[in-house]
Design a protein around this ligand. Structure first.
Ligand SMILES: [Zn+2]
Length: 73
C-alpha cells in the first residue's frame, strides 16, 4: 500500500485548474491563472480581441433589465 498506479494520472492536476498562459497551476486568487502577470496577458488578449472592435457600442442594456409590460394583456 504505497503508491497506486492510478496515482500516475496526476489527480492533482485534474482537480486544479491550470494557467492557460504558461500551463502552471492556477491560483484561486488569480482565478484561472497562476499569477497576475498571466491574468494580465489574457486580459490583453481580450482587450485586443473583443473590446477593440470598432463601431460597437454597448447596447446590452436593452436585453436585460427590461421591465415587464402590463399594458399588453
Ligand atoms: Zn501562468
Amino acid at each position: 500500500m504505497k503508491d497506486a498506479p492510478e496515482e500516475a494520472a496526476k489527480d492533482a492536476a485534474a482537480d486544479a485548474k491550470r494557467c492557460p498562459i504558461c500551463g502552471k497551476l492556477a491560483v484561486a486568487e488569480f482565478r484561472a491563472f497562476c499569477s497576475r502577470r498571466c491574468a494580465d496577458v489574457d486580459l490583453n488578449r481580450w482587450l485586443s480581441g473583443v473590446y477593440a472592435v470598432p463601431g460597437k457600442p454597448e447596447d446590452d442594456e436593452d436585453g436585460e433589465g427590461a421591465p415587464a409590460r402590463d399594458d399588453e394583456a
